[in-house]
Design a protein around this ligand. Sequence first.
Ligand code: R5P
Length: 300
Amino acid sequence: MQRGNMMKIIPGPASKELGEKIADLSGSEKVTVIYKVFPDGENYVRLEGDVQNEHVAIVQTTSAPQDTNLMQLAFVAAAAKRNAARKVTAIVPYFAYARQDKAFLKGENANVETVAAMLHTAGIDELITVNVHSEKALAKFPFPAFNLTAIPLLAEHFVQRGFKGAFALAPDKGAMYIAEQAQMVLGGGSGHLEKERDPYTGQTSQTGKNLEVKGQIVIIFDDIISTGGTIVGAARILHERGAKQVFAACVHPLLIGDAEKRILEAGVKEIVGTDSVPKRASKVSLASLISNELKAKQSG
Ligand code: R5P
């Protein structure tokens, strides 16, 4: 039976805790996913709950192991459709392959488009993601895709801890809009570094022309921290320029390998991320941001 605009939430295996928080905050019923990985590595999922004629929202991030998490998302979506769900929304806080949004070199593929096509085939009708690396890529998806920003939430976390007035720094010009969103909440200054990346080696170099941060508390805001190289380089420049304290904030704390250690060793006081990627640094939850979006969609 259809229950007006109410949605059922399916917390996926990769975002179980976040999915449950979203269901609680949005007052939605939960559908549990039974899942396992067979000894040969294949994934199995089963929905434990009725989805017939329901609009369901699957919460499943796709950080590492990306391909497993993507397959589980596809299988849960397909299981929902096979069991007669009327609409499937995917809530994918971290969207894997989003940085591979175009063929940079001859012979490459725009892998993010292939992932979207695969999810569409599986049964996904709509997508909500958070601070996706390339918003332009979403326009090419075969279903409506919405991008939320968690930067104000991250900045608010720092305000609550007494850092009102801190300087918001973007590690490159392209991320300046992120620093500006943070500045709106923090009320201090903002600026950016210059970053260049070699398309073959992936090596980056950073410079900080005209950056005035002497004596200031600086929070570096980025969408992703992966290897930590960008933050380590930025912290070095900030310390050279006389910053009093340096923090790092990001939406997606991938923090590969020893990234966390390297960042802290570079003099960054603390790393604050969101539960888009469940890690020790995930101190800010996306649950309120996403449940508010769902409530707005349900009433709209
Ligand atoms: C790149 O353009 C992104 O916004 C991040 O700055 C980048 O992905 C961070 O990567 P890493 O931590 O490996 O330097």
